[in-house]
Design a protein around this ligand. Structure first.
Ligand SMILES: Cc1cc2nc3c(=O)[nH]c(=O)nc-3n(C[C@H](O)[C@H](O)[C@H](O)COP(=O)(O)OP(=O)(O)OC[C@H]3O[C@@H](n4cnc5c(N)ncnc54)[C@H](O)[C@@H]3O)c2cc1C
Length: 391
């Protein structure tokens, strides 16, 4: 991927940073939240209008539909992440950002016009339907366990099954649904809401940044026109692969931004608060925590930058994004935990975003592949490589 160059990227990143810090941050105390503290759509819509006016809506996709390179995206998305509301305001949030990337890569002109355009314009939200309820033996860490089925019927496909943890399903206009046919996994684009897809419930989860929460849904005789299948029957996982690494990495980018801000807040606290006759920062225990944060944040930034540069060569970057996802999510967890600790009691209140960032990063260690699953797949690669080198 060629991209737009360092200077233009920095110009966009600076504009995004000013917008997030000056305009979005004051909305962090806005009471328009749902019952588990996710921003309501009316709040998101207002923020998007402000982003549009500031010229920072969907800043990683250019007016001609082309994307910034992954290396450039990393710089811009980290700035949108400086507030948990920033990615929503700027339209760089999950799952829309990954879904837009996928549709931009492989959608037909008709699919781009109908499904992608409203997403890029920030007028609609989308949801990605892959995971299934664990207690019914469905797909989770192991997507090959998928139990949702699809079968052709004339020029339509009929989909049946149950899904779980579907971020943003409630309120989404666009759905990407994975189901299994005789030939293997298939991926469909669907208009939402559809009476054949019902939201059973939305569990109360540890995180609170994604509108609509993470729904459990039932799909009953959903009829999808054949031309809304992406690719051919059996190619679903191939297309999921295209989305996988960039979507994984963009979570790292956004949560890096959030942890940079949490660390700024903790640093301010440590430089102002007195205890035992001196400022906290002068107590070695506190100073070392902030020093460790600096090291972890820089390592996270470098891992993201390295993985982005691999993706920019056109590689799927499966192993590299596994390594980056584990390294970054674990490093950010340490950073967020230290920020809470440095701030004492105020670290666990919602007076600052620090406690939310802590909760968000905890969930991030599970979605887009739990740490152990990435390590397991890396271990398989290590074994394969060793066997190849030692026949
Ligand atoms: C906040 C959030 C948002 C999500 N959004 C979406 C979404 O929009 N769409 C969607 O389709 N899904 C979504 N998911 C689901 C997510 O992708 C799954 O939770 C994840 O893939 C793990 O699946 P599981 O929960 O069924 O865990 P399980 O598969 O039951 O695994 C449980 C644990 O077992 C361990 N484990 C599993 N396999 C291995 C292995 N091979 N080696 C070692 N340990 C292993 C890991 O520690 C893992 O955490 C979301 C999840 C969360 C938490």
């Amino acid at each position: 991927m060629t991209g737009i160059g360092a200077e233009r990227t920095q110009e966009i990143a600076d504009r995004v940073e000013r917008f997030v810090r000056d305009i979005v941050v004051p909305f962090e105390r806005d009471p328009r939240r749902d019952h588990h503290d996710c921003p309501k759509d009316e709040l998101v819509t207002e923020l998007r209008e402000l982003a549009r006016a500031a010229g920072v809506l969907t800043p990683h996709i250019l007016p001609d539909g082309s994307h910034l390179s992954q290396s450039e995206t990393a710089i811009v998305l980290a700035k949108t992440g400086l507030s948990p509301l920033g990615p929503l305001a700027c339209n760089t949030a999950a799952p829309d950002e990954g879904n837009m990337y996928l549709l931009g890569k492989i959608g037909s002109p008709e699919i781009k016009e109908h499904f992608l355009k409203p997403l890029v314009e920030g007028r609609a939200r989308s949801a990605f339907f892959m995971t299934e309820p664990a207690d019914e033996g469905g797909a989770g860490s192991d997507p090959s366990m998928m139990t949702t089925t699809c079968r052709p019927d004339g020029n339509q496909w009929v989909v049946n099954g149950r899904k779980a943890f579907i971020t943003g399903a409630r309120g989404a206009k666009v759905g990407i649904v994975m189901a299994k046919a005789e030939e293997g996994a298939c991926m469909f684009l669907v208009d939402l809401p559809d009476p054949a897809i019902t939201i059973d419930h939305v569990p109360n989860t540890i995180d609170s940044s994604m509108p609509g929460g993470h729904a459990v849904v039932t799909i009953r005789n959903l009829r999808v026109p054949a031309d809304q299948m992406l690719g051919h029957p059996g190619e679903g996982f191939k297309y999921a692969q295209i989305r996988l690494s960039p979507a994984r990495l963009s979570h790292c980018m956004r949560w890096l931004g959030a942890c940079v801000r949490a660390n700024e807040i903790a640093t301010k606290y440590a430089n102002r608060r007195q205890a035992f006759g001196k400022t906290l920062i002068d107590h070695e225990g506190v100073g070392f925590m902030l020093a460790d944060n600096l090291i972890d944040l820089k390592q996270a930034e470098l891992m993201i930058s390295w993985c982005a540069s691999v993706l920019d060569t056109g590689s799927l970057g499966t192993n590299e994004s596994s390594m980056a996802k584990v390294a970054v999510s674990e490093a950010l967890m340490r950073v967020a935990d230290r920020c809470v600790q440095v701030m004492g009691g105020s670290g666990v209140t919602n007076e600052t975003i620090v406690e939310q960032v802590f909760r968000e990063v905890r969930a991030f260690r599970i979605y887009d592949g739990p740490t152990e699953v990435h390590k397991w797949s890396l271990a398989k690669k290590i074994k394969r490589d060793w066997q190849k080198a030692n026949p």
